[in-house]
Design a protein around this ligand. Structure first.
Ligand code: ADP
Length: 315
């Protein structure tokens, strides 16, 4: 018996001396939308490739629907539809021809193939473009054809690598509406890699990666609640010196300097802002207060900003 659609246990992977994944463990339940969120170089693509059975973990294990991605590779593949970041369509063929070829590779033939192609096209609202050559479609519509292709064999799991890359906001919303439709109709599990905080925020749960390590995992709301208050950002000319001054004056305030600004998590951010303005008004350029975001969760867990490149970590 297995409850998880994806089970990742202690997965570790290095490219030579460079550690891309370090002891990563998490589960994804059937029907969940799950995001692997992290900045560039945090290990998302390496994990994506392991889950798609393209790389074997060097330590630990990963399974899809109870099937080990190494031992049961072929069977695990039948459970998943994969949308890669780079296009995998023949742009000179029509939309329908692309799907027919893909369906044949999945072993579909005759009437079943015809029905599945029609259902997949319908599922991504592209029935009216079936006879058009792919090269005449916009980037957003081409991405939908990619999705139709991987829905052909009715997989239990969709794995997508940075699905929003290159899509404008509208095409992105439309694409997610289709993913959620697949989820609603067939309880399809969806796992995406992303470096977009708002894309992760819309998922049921998110695993946050930094430098090959899983630094937090949970629903976006629960992760934000862990901060236990609001976030105060203070802009000033010399953040490092000012941070020390605040710490000396108020021993109960924990400040961090992030990208030239001072960041403070507080249960009473408004009261604290007033206090700081009263004490240090002439030194403060601005104070902003915000409800915690996933970016705050990232800073809380790692001590640095999301957009600070983590390339080279683990060396
Ligand atoms: P992400 O998808 O989050 O950008 P990756 O999994 O691509 O992260 O990379 C994780 C780490 O592994 C990075 O430090 C990256 O430079 C390194 N890496 C990725 N692929 C290779 C490779 N083929 N050879 C050497 N190092 C690699």
């Amino acid at each position: 018996m297995h409850d998880a659609m994806i089970a990742v246990k202690d997965v570790t992977y290095s490219y030579g001396e460079r550690t891309a994944l370090d002891g990563v463990s998490f589960d994804v339940a059937s029907g969940e939308a799950f995001a692997l969120l992290g900045p560039n170089g945090s290990g998302k693509t390496t994990l994506f490739r392991i889950l798609c059975t393209l790389l074997a973990p060097q330590r630990g294990s990963a399974s899809i629907d109870g099937l080990d991605v190494v031992r049961d590779r072929a069977a695990a593949r039948t459970r998943m539809g994969v949308v890669f970041q780079s296009p995998s369509l023949d742009i000179h063929l029509t939309v329908r021809e692309n799907l027919i070829h893909a369906g044949q590779l999945y072993g579909l033939r005759g009437a079943t193939l015809k029905t599945r192609v029609a259902a997949s096209l319908d599922g991504v609202n592209l029935s009216n473009r079936a006879s058009d050559r792919v090269k005449t479609l916009s980037g957003g519509l081409q991405r939908r054809v990619e999705l139709a292709k991987c829905l052909l064999h009715q997989p239990k799991l969709l794995i997508l690598d940075e699905p929003s890359t290159g899509l404008d906001p509208r095409a992105r919303d439309e694409f997610w509406a289709l993913l959620n439709q697949a989820r609603a109709e067939r309880n399809t599990t969806i796992i995406v890699t992303t470096h977009l905080l708002d894309e992760a925020d819309a998922c049921d749960r998110v695993a946050i990666f930094d430098r090959g390590k899983l630094v937090a995992c949970g629903s976006p709301d629960v992760l934000k609640q862990r901060i236990g208050g609001d976030c105060l950002t203070v802009a000033t000319a010399d953040a490092v010196a000012f941070t020390n001054e605040i710490a000396t004056r108020f021993s109960d305030i924990v400040c961090t300097t992030v990208n030239g600004a001072i960041r403070i998590e507080s249960e009473n951010a408004a009261g604290l802002a007033t206090k700081l303005l009263r004490e240090f008004g002439d030194r403060i350029q601005s104070v902003t207060i915000g409800r915690p975001t996933l970016h705050d969760v990232f800073i809380h867990e790692t001590g640095h900003r999301f957009d600070e490149a983590s390339e080279g970590a683990g060396e």
